[in-house]
Design a protein around this ligand. Structure first.
Ligand code: HPA
Length: 370
């Protein structure tokens, strides 16, 4: 509401009228109006604006009356440019926002490397070791990419790497962005979409998971055949970017069947046992209760975790081929009678990670050239 509006409504409500007049005299109405104008601004400029506001309120004229914050309008703080936005955590990101953000990300990567990846690989908790096998790697910390925050999940390094794995050009995400860290889904899925934009046709998602199938002990590797999204979130909320993917994407074969076959073939060739099943994604970060574990088992899920499903939805939407493996780090809550711990998850990842790495290396080597 502007100062003029306050004055005109004030004749109907005397109490408010007086307050409005007092406010106007002291400049508060103008300040309020100005704050409103600033609401759309990035947090950085809003913070600076507040600091100045506090300083100006403290300023008094010779009679002790507070000096108005906006004497002339000439002192408007600058409108925020993209560099003033702290990270993409600050607001929801709709599909329609993604093309511009991805353009900026591609430009930032291309300043450092011209490598065109054949595949993009997301390394889950405890699986980051595969990144050490990359040759001629360019590593970019998340925080150096526009709009991305530093990774905060324990066990996640938080870097995008581009290099060659056994001679095959790939992009790797060492660590990922999780919704439970407070990141909006439209940020969580940017790494996978960026890999696609950089040239990868195939994305491989790995994760640490709890076993819902009672036969899955710690160390079981499960090819993801399908998923159940119980995060309550979707990266596709809001106006669509029709140039990137359809409004209502089909999810029948989200986990590309020929790639699943190929993963199994690689497992056989490497002498690594691979189970197959349905991954259920929850928001986290609390582990499930035993009752929830029983319920999810009843729904037909075989493993449960706190990642992957949003990335899978976005990859499918954008037309990428998708493969995935869950590393079961522990039986689901309640099965063993022991409490779950993140240390146990990381330890199981360290033990089984090298087996999974062998399967993925072969899978990548055998990817057809595009
Ligand atoms: N539940 C959810 N996420 C997990 C688990 C689990 O038991 N283990 C590893 N990530």
């Amino acid at each position: 509401m502007s100062a003029t509006e306050i004055t005109s409504t004030s004749t109907e409500v005397p109490g408010e009228a007086n307050a409005a007049r007092r406010a106007q005299r002291s400049g508060i109405a103008e300040r309020r109006d100005h704050i409103k104008v600033q609401r759309g601004a990035g947090a950085g400029s809003f913070g600076r604006f507040h600091a100045r506001l506090r300083a100006d309120i403290a300023r008094r004229d010779a009679t002790g009356t507070p000096v108005s914050v906006l004497p002339s309008g000439a002192e408007e703080p600058p409108l925020p440019g993209p560099m003033m936005m702290p990270t993409d955590d600050a607001r929801p990101i709709h599909p329609v926002d993604l093309p511009e953000r991805l353009d900026a990300l591609v430009a930032a990567v291309r300043e450092r490397t011209s490598l065109v990846p054949r595949a993009g690989i997301v390394l889950g908790s405890g699986l980051g070791g595969l990144a050490d096998d990359l040759d001629d790697a360019t590593a970019i910390p998340f925080a150096e990419l526009p709009g991305w925050p530093a990774a905060s999940a324990p066990g996640h390094a938080g870097r995008l790497l581009l290099g060659t794995l056994d001679g095959v050009p790939v992009a790797m995400l060492q660590g990922r962005l999780h919704a439970y860290e407070g990141h909006p889904p439209g940020l969580v899925v940017q790494p996978v979409l960026l890999m696609g934009r950089l040239g990868a046709r195939t994305v491989v998602l790995t994760n640490a998971a709890g076993g819902l199938d009672p036969s899955f002990g710690a160390g079981t590797l499960m090819v993801i055949a399908d998923h159940i999204n119980m995060t309550g979130l979707t990266p596709l909320l809001g106006p669509n970017a029709d140039g990137m993917g359809p409004r209502f994407p089909d999810q029948t074969d989200t986990w590309t069947p020929p790639l699943r076959e190929r993963l199994h073939a690689c497992g056989r060739a490497e002498g690594v046992d691979l189970a197959e099943g349905v991954y259920l994604g929850l928001l986290g970060p609390a582990y499930e209760t035993p009752a929830e574990v029983r319920m999810m088992r009843g729904w037909g899920a075989d493993a449960v975790g706190m990642s992957t499903v949003l990335e899978a939805i976005a990859a499918r939407w954008a037309g990428l081929d998708l493969a995935g493996v869950s590393l079961v780090t522990n039986p689901g809550a309640g099965y063993s009678g022991e409490p779950l711990s993140h240390a146990e998850v990381l330890a199981a990842g360290r033990e089984a990670g090298p087996r999974l790495a062998r399967v993925i290396r072969r899978f990548v080597r055998e990817l057809p050239t595009q």
